[in-house]
Ligand binder design. Structure first.
Ligand code: NAP
Ligand code: ZN
Length: 360
């Protein structure tokens, strides 16, 4: 095992907590001495010990003289827990490899500085790109205050989300549908348009064989026409926020509030995606999973308001001029004005294809 191997192991540990540490990043740490693994840890949940704390506790007295591999700069401020850089110093660790410095302005290099001042040899930047990619949601959110937006769609090979008669259950196979639940687990918020609620009455919960964490469910509904008997308003599984236009009569809100939903009222009569994202960011939504329908996707496209798109393509053909595609709205007129994407990953999920791309 060389330094990169140990850091890769720390990145794997970090990955295990991905999506459940919000608003904190996912972090992993590995402690090594004389070629032996003596401690390891991952940050699992905000408010709980940081990765370094777990690794150092596991090593006990053996930490003295050891080398620490940590995927993010150890913190230097008193948050919900005392600073890890102090603990690293106290434990007698001799050398620290840091994959990437913490973009949080409260830390930003000061953790490294503290350890160096105490005589610890610190090397920053080992597997930095990989560490940044792993925490891309955290980096984006801390720098913009906005949620990192992922658009999800599921289409046939001819790009349709349903048949001409509107039947859409199920275009993709079971494995792909389970895969979607892994992404739900990793997100703070999930969003759909009111037409999807009216037509499909979805639960939008995370249903993995092992359970999982439910995101906050968000509905775009300018005129408050979400059916009061809809599943989301009656199942009590996770919070429901209904985003509504600025001119909806306030009297219409009462039944929704009684059903436990929160109403987020926009300034303008229509729902501007950018205005809504700023509000969600202020309310602590660091990541948003947008599941459609086509009109909602069309709006996110028009406002260029997304950081990632995940498309599942099923080996099926449905045809039909009137069969819906995954993006509606008014669309882009000129091909040279199209949103250009970089494909980051292509995988088979069961017999479907999953493409993950980001705007250039
Ligand atoms: N295959 C899939 O993956 C998938 C996923 C989701 C949905 N679907 C299907 O998609 C169909 C519904 O899609 P849809 O395109 O008709 O409707 P939609 O996108 O679910 O909802 C659109 C509605 O949301 C409201 N809205 C409020 N603010 C908006 C904004 N800024 N941008 C866009 N919409 C906004 C509008 O109604 P108001 O003006 O009344 O507010 C609009 O008509 C359903 O049949 C569902 O089965 C398929
Ligand atoms: Zn810490």
């Amino acid at each position: 095992m060389n330094d990169a191997d140990y850091m890769n192991f720390a990145l794997d540990l970090a990955r295990s907590g991905l999506g459940q540490t919000s608003p904190n990043p996912a972090v992993g740490a590995v402690l090594v001495k004389d070629g032996q693994l003596i401690g390891m840890g991952a940050h699992l949940k905000a408010g709980e010990p940081h990765a370094e704390v777990h690794a150092i506790r596991m090593a006990g007295d053996k930490a003295k003289g050891a080398t620490l591999y940590v995927t993010l700069e150890p913190c230097s401020h008193f948050g919900k827990t005392p600073p890890c850089s102090d603990l690293v110093i106290l434990s007698g660790i001799r050398k620290v490899f840091v994959a990437v410095t913490d973009p949080n302005p409260k830390v930003a290099g000061t953790g490294i500085e503290r350890m160096r001042k105490a005589g610890i040899e610190v090397e920053a930047g080992l597997l930095e790109q990989k560490a940044r990619e792993l925490n891309k949601v955290f980096f984006y959110n801390i720098q913009t205050g906005l949620p990192y937006v992922t658009l999800k769609s599921a289409v046939s090979m001819d790009g349709k989300t349903a048949t001409v008669s509107g039947e859409s259950k199920w275009i993709t196979g079971e494995e792909a549908r389970i895969d979607v639940h892994h992404f739900r687990h990793q997100h703070d918020g999930i969003l759909v348009g009111v037409n999807t609620v009216v037509k499909d009455d979805p639960a939008l919960t995370t249903r993995l064989p092992s359970g999982g964490k439910n995101p906050v469910r968000i509905i775009l509904d300018t005129y408050l026409r979400t059916p009061i008997k809809s599943r989301m308003l009656t199942d009590g599984e996770s919070p429901v926020w209904i985003v509504t236009g600025g001119e909806t009569p306030p009297g219409q809100e009462a039944p929704y509030r009684e059903a436990g939903a929160e109403i987020l009222r926009m300034e303008s009569p229509e729902i501007s995606i950018q205005e809504m994202l700023a509000i969600l960011g202020k309310r602590g939504i660091t990541s948003l999973f947008v599941e459609g329908g086509a009109e909602v996707h069309g709006s996110f496209l028009k406002e260029r308001a997304f950081q990632q798109i995940i498309t599942y393509i099923a080996p099926k053909l449905v045809g039909g001029k009137e069969a819906p595609a995954s993006f509606g709205g008014t669309g882009i007129e000129k091909i040279n004005e199209a949103v250009n994407l970089t494909i980051k990953q292509v995988d088979f999920v069961g017999s479907d294809l999953r493409i993950i791309a980001e705007p250039k």
